[in-house]
Design a protein around this ligand. Structure first.
Ligand SMILES: [Zn+2]
Length: 451
């Protein structure tokens, strides 16, 4: 009991009691979960799951656009450069050690520390030391992934050297209040870089605990900062669910999703963000390749091309967040298929481009999943080998001869006529309800009777 009280007191001390303090929004965080309507504008929410020690908490990322001054931009560029240099130096060293002493080189030889590298290369002293330490950790995990993959017989590549202009970013860790947010002046403090302006966001979520921050520069020259924050665990999930609030969807390349509840079936349109502007993409690529190397015109063409891709990506991302939000608001349970896109591409080459670019099925799924989790709702996935399109939803007959391009079919057993996608969505819905029940969730009729 005493320990618990102490813990509570400590937690309360995290919050500044002075109402004039601008460091954090001073109203206490009562475990209220944000709904996404609160988070608009340039803030994007991302679910992050790595390196979490305390399983009772969740981590959420917030991405804001920042506007560094000229001096700050130079320092940021120096940090990018130093991190990249350090990464390459360390990778080089490890490669060499690996050749000389074999896989367990660390038992025989100790590698150089970040501090030693910093002394050797003076310019590294100018930049944030946490960023350099994080670089070392990145390399470490890259090696761990590689050796784990090697042991399991998976094809994970050996860590590669970093080159300029690809993924320019660096991450720094929170320690001794080195990262702060000031809401009055709309500025964020980063180590070494000091206060930098961020875009005005009307409702910034209450900040509880900052874990780390990443600055990255897009190819178009825009700067963004992602903050990783820790929150208490998800709200508890609903135990009793009305059948009207359960939706099952079938994925199709033509319409993005087809399905709904037992009462209604809706077709969502696949907007084909990439293929719809294919002409312009090709034109821009052509213009870019016609310019001469290292000329000003090439730089201009590159910028136009990057801006073009960025715009499409933003459109798609925005659409994904809006659609998933819509689904989460409408339903208590969403049931989807577990699809292996990579395998689909292998067997059906025609859908390659439209699936990978226009579809981004996995991104849609992750967004939907964490939004449901935050709202205390359920996400159910129907197994990969469930024959959703081949079963007749009326009598349960399995129609083995169904071809991939058959849009409609008639059940040889009971004679009912099926639209391929609608039939699949009904099967997915029924199978999902079974899975839901096996998890101990009660499904009730609108009359309140157990289904
Ligand atoms: Zn049938």
């Amino acid at each position: 009991m005493v320990e618990q009280k102490k813990k509570k007191e400590e937690e309360e001390n995290l919050w500044c009691s002075n109402p004039n303090c601008t460091r954090y929004p001073y109203e206490k965080f009562e475990g209220d979960y944000l709904n996404d309507s609160q988070v608009q504008g340039s803030i994007k929410l991302v679910e992050v799951n790595f390196g979490r020690k305390n399983k009772d908490s969740t981590r959420r990322g917030f991405k804001v656009r920042i506007y560094p001054s000229h001096k700050q931009r130079i320092l940021i560029a120096k940090t990018f450069g130093s991190c990249r240099k350090l990464y390459n130096l360390m990778l080089d060293e490890r490669e060499d050690l690996l050749k000389r002493f074999g896989r367990e080189w660390w038992k025989v030889h100790k590698e150089k520390t970040v501090a030693q590298y910093r002394q050797e290369y003076e310019y590294m002293q100018e930049v944030d030391s946490y960023a350099l330490k994080e670089t070392k950790e990145n390399l470490k995990s890259a090696f761990q992934n590689f050796s784990r993959g090697f042991d399991q017989g998976k094809n994970i590549g050996f860590p590669k050297f970093k080159c300029k202009r690809i993924n320019e970013s660096y991450t720094t860790n929170f320690s001794h209040n080195n990262i702060e947010v000031d809401f009055r002046t709309k500025e964020i403090k980063m180590p070494k870089i000091k206060w930098v302006k961020f875009r005005d966001v009307k409702q910034f979520p209450p900040i509880r605990e900052i874990k780390r921050a990443t600055i990255h520069r897009e190819k178009t020259g825009k700067y963004f900062l992602s903050l990783l924050l820790e929150y208490p665990k998800y709200p508890e999930k609903k135990k009793i669910i009305s059948i009207n609030k359960i939706a099952g969807y079938d994925m199709s390349t033509k319409e993005f999703l087809v399905g709904g509840s037992i009462n209604s079936v809706v077709r969502m349109k696949n907007l084909r963000f990439y293929t719809s502007v294919d002409k312009r993409t090709r034109l821009l690529h052509k213009n870019h390749s016609r310019t001469k190397g290292h000329s000003k015109n090439r730089e201009k063409a590159r910028l136009r091309l990057s801006a073009h891709y960025e715009k499409i990506y933003n459109k798609k991302n925005d659409w994904t967040h809006k659609k998933t939000k819509e689904l989460v608001d409408k339903w208590d349970v969403v049931i989807l298929e577990d699809l292996n896109i990579k395998n689909m591409q292998k067997f059906n080459k025609g859908i390659g481009k439209s699936v990978t670019l226009d579809f981004s099925w996995n991104h849609f799924k992750t967004c939907l999943k964490y939004k449901l989790d935050w709202a205390g709702k359920h996400y159910v996935e129907v197994g990969r080998f469930f024959p959703s399109s081949k079963l007749c939803n009326n009598c349960g007959y399995k129609y083995k001869d169904l071809a991939l391009d058959d849009r409609f079919w008639e059940c040889p057993d009971c004679g009912s006529f099926h639209d391929r996608d609608v039939n699949a969505s009904i099967n997915i819905l029924n199978e999902g309800i079974k899975i839901l029940k096996s998890r101990g969730i009660e499904v009730i009729n609108p009359q309140g009777v157990s289904h």
